[in-house]
Ligand binder design. Structure first.
Ligand SMILES: *Cc1c(COP(=O)(O)O)cnc(C)c1O
Length: 388
């Protein structure tokens, strides 16, 4: 494994500039020419950059680029940051809007697919553009203006829909907003009485950890209950800086969860997922979802068979800490929402007992009880009291 020290890659940067997220954003690598000056590219990557130029943004933070193994084209950081030709190949059946979100967008900033929670699209830019981005129709820019007007409409929508108790802010990466704007958005959402909790989906902990300043962590804490959902895909990304960013959030009282996208030849191996999840737990981050790759345009080369994810889960459940076992989710193409998968542990259902196999494959019998009435007599009293 070869990681170039950032000082030799960006000799003009001072220590202080390197640790400043705005400097990182200003020096983000946005073209093949810039990239080729910084590292040797394969032919496939050069042509990938050219052929995807009109299709999706190229953008890599200097920090994330410094994690790339310059000697190995299959470096997981490299594969997430640098396009190859495969990405320009759109196959029949691949979808521009793979999760069928657009029919559930009452206003441009809101995706409302589930009964009690919405996705709030806060902006369309990122610090690094993931090559596996599923919402690239939005993050490529120009799809919808997610500015002040769209925000106001989105907030108004949430205010008018009293069933919405959970708002998941995404985009784009909401933590690219400056503190003042983020604080204003969170404040407006928090002021809505029926909004019980907020989640922020972000990748800055992975690609721009210097964004997680003390001030940001304190700001997020003020809007509790607020959860940060981050997106680590490989333990190589859990650098000391990334770890510090996660721990800073947790130290301030902001719980952090992680979602991983399962990608063929990037992290499609039980050993890699186990090591990642152990490293996350050491940083006090809880693995939440392991996502099956969406049927998005140009991503066939990164998709795994459904069975591969199930096989990985099978090698985790029982074998390691339950907290290190994420939910394996398939977000159904066409807008059905997420469903979860797990290995089949039920061997046989008989009249009065169920036969399981455990994680070692040994059979065990669970006897069913005689009584089956599961209604809770105190509940009507309790609900009556809660409504007051
Ligand atoms: C994933 C997702 C959510 C959140 O789902 P959870 O299972 O509650 O984490 C909400 N809205 C949309 C549109 C989503 O895709």
């Amino acid at each position: 494994m070869q990681v170039q020290d950032w000082r030799s890659l960006f000799p003009e940067a001072s220590e202080q500039q390197w640790g400043d997220w705005r400097w990182q954003m200003r020096h983000s690598i946005r073209s093949l020419e810039q990239l080729a000056r910084l590292m040797p590219l394969t032919d496939d990557e050069r042509r990938g950059c050219e052929e995807t130029r009109e299709m999706f943004r190229l953008g890599i933070s200097p920090y994330y680029l410094s994690l790339v193994d310059r000697q190995h084209p299959f470096c997981p950081v490299r594969m997430q940051a640098i396009p190859t030709r495969a990405e320009a190949r759109i196959r029949p059946g691949e979808l521009r809007d793979p999760l069928g979100e657009d029919p559930h967008r009452p206003v441009p900033a809101i995706v409302h697919k589930y009964p009690d929670r919405v996705l709030f699209l806060a902006l369309d830019s990122c610090s690094t553009y993931c090559r596996h981005c599923t919402r690239r129709r939005i993050t490529k820019g120009g799809e919808a203006v997610l500015g002040r007007e769209a925000w106001a409409e989105g907030i108004e929508y949430v205010r008018a829909h009293r069933e919405v108790r959970d708002v998941l802010i995404s985009g784009g990466d909401p933590l690219l907003l400056v503190d003042e704007r983020l604080d204003a958005l969170l404040g407006e959402l928090r002021a809505i009485p029926h909004v019980e909790m907020i989640r922020i989906g972000t990748r800055v902990t992975v690609t721009l950890p210097m964004r997680v300043t003390e001030a940001l962590a304190a700001l997020l804490r003020r809007h509790a209950p607020l959860f940060v959902v981050t997106h680590f895909n490989h333990s190589k990304e859990l650098t000391p800086e990334a770890r510090e960013a996660c721990e800073r959030l947790v130290d301030h009282g902001v719980p952090v969860e992680n979602q991983t996208v399962l990608m063929r030849r990037v992290n499609s191996d039980a050993r890699i997922i186990r090591e990642l999840n152990h490293a996350l737990l050491r940083a006090r981050v809880r693995p939440y979802y392991l996502h099956q790759m969406d049927v998005a345009e140009g991503l066939e080369h990164l998709r795994t068979p459904i069975a591969a994810g199930v096989a990985i889960l099978e090698q985790l459940r029982g074998h390691t800490t339950g907290l290190a076992v994420p939910h394996l989710a398939v977000d159904l193409p066409g807008g059905g929402g997420k469903v979860t998968l797990q290995p089949e542990y039920v061997v046989e259902r008989r009249g009065h007992e169920t036969v399981f196999r455990n994680y070692r494959g040994e059979p065990y019998v669970y006897p069913e009880p005689e009584e089956t009435d599961c209604s809770c007599p105190y509940d009507s009293v309790w609900v009556g009291r809660a409504r007051g």
